[in-house]
Design a protein around this ligand. Sequence first.
Ligand SMILES: Nc1ncnc2c1ncn2[C@@H]1O[C@H](COP(=O)(O)OP(=O)(O)OP(=O)(O)O)[C@@H](O)[C@H]1O
Ligand SMILES: [Mg+2]
Length: 355
Amino acid sequence: MSATLQPIPDQGGPAQSLLTVKDLIKEFPLKGSLLGRSPGRVQAVSGVSFDVLKGETLGIVGESGCGKSTTSRLIMALTQPTAGEILFDGQTVGSRALPLKEYRRQVQMVFQDSYSSLNPRMTIEELIAFGPRVHGVDQPTATKAAHELLSNVGLNPDQFGCRYPHELSGGQRQRINIARALALRPRLLILDEPVSALDKSVQAQVLNLLVDLKTEYGLSYLFISHDLNVVQHMSDRVLVMYMGRVVEIGPVDSIYTSAAHPYTAALLASRPSTDPDLRRTEPPLMGDPPNPINPPSGCHFRTRCKYAEPICAKSPPAMNALGQGHHAACLMAGQSNGHSQSLGLSSAPLVSIAA
Ligand SMILES: Nc1ncnc2c1ncn2[C@@H]1O[C@H](COP(=O)(O)OP(=O)(O)OP(=O)(O)O)[C@@H](O)[C@H]1O
Ligand SMILES: [Mg+2]
């Protein structure tokens, strides 16, 4: 009888990042041409670098189209990067030390759409056992492990094991997707809008389940969501993306109480408030994002930024360190760089907790 799958052991120790993404670029060619001219390309991800530390949840936020899902597809090796490098536990993905097949099992993904990712002709226990079966685990062992996983995601195996996906609710299907991802005993789970399609009460249950499973299975999470409240609740650190670039990253409290990038500040200010006295009348974020085919020079956000000055058009701002792992790609977060507010910002955050 073959054994159940076990997680691949830690290589580099607790101080070694689990995932390191370095200068990742992904360009998509545009279809068709205009008057015989080259059709051009869209840079969906433009030089993104970050780490996911062992045991942490890194939240990713940003408007629709900023490159969150493209980044996760690149990490999952579902699409080839135009440039850049991905390391997992210190080893280059796709190298001899870490071949793609071995890497793929360690990183699993749960998507928003719980239905389309489940084969409608397979029973729940077959769906969960499928991955381990492909990895050589025999049928009885894989089915037994599937039943254990069903219990661990809060579904009675005797009741649900033989059902089909269409017989389940959205929340139950998302629990199946989580169980299916865990069946391969990954170390990193990428959660791309995992609860966005669910009702608020069901959302809370699935989020609590994710928190429990993280400890139980020793996981790290990359958690993508439009919902800033959910990201705040789930994350240890938060990364903010704008038009394919990382504009701010830092510990969750630091980002939510002292955002240093005007885009982050605007995103946070746009959260709906339940207090009528705090409801705003003017939108904090003006206009739509610029056309990604032809982004503004320098800082991509400058066309919507009330602090923009001519210097902001010159070159993409570097990531400025603000202490305690908080970094922002804004001239106002740096020193003596030609922006009139470049020195004052560290003492005056754009968002204060009282705002
Ligand atoms: N296969 C593709 N071909 C061409 N362009 C693409 C492709 N996939 C994504 N894009 C473009 O890349 C950019 C980033 O898209 P992506 O789906 O990563 O954004 P997102 O942040 O996940 O958005 P959302 O919040 O809506 O899910 C967008 O401009 C999108 O149109
Ligand atoms: Mg997306």
